[in-house]
Design a binder for this molecule. Structure first.
Ligand code: ZN
Length: 87
């Protein structure tokens, strides 16, 4: 039971993050500029993305990361059912 929550932000996570940053050369996957200082989950955890899978991680600036969060909210509105339900 505790295995799922353990280590989310612990040492394994930091190691994984360093690996992802090194593999990308520090290039932010969202804006394409160097200096990425965090990693972004491609499939958000809220959508069932794997928190510790390297294939679900990419380097990003923490600022780009939060911008992307805003954009995804807009997208949710646009693809909401109301747009299609209007005949
Ligand atoms: Zn960026």
């Amino acid at each position: 039971m505790s295995a799922r929550t353990a280590g989310r932000k612990g040492r394994p996570w930091r190691r994984l993050r360093d690996l992802v940053l090194a593999a990308s050369g520090g290039i932010c996957a969202l804006c394409g500029l160097p200096g990425a200082n965090s990693v972004d989950h491609i499939v958000p955890l809220s959508k069932g993305g794997a928190p510790m899978a390297p294939s679900n991680l990419r380097a990003a600036h923490s600022t780009c990361n939060s911008k992307r969060g805003n954009r995804m909210q807009l997208r949710t509105v646009k693809t909401s059912r109301d747009w299609y339900g209007r005949e």
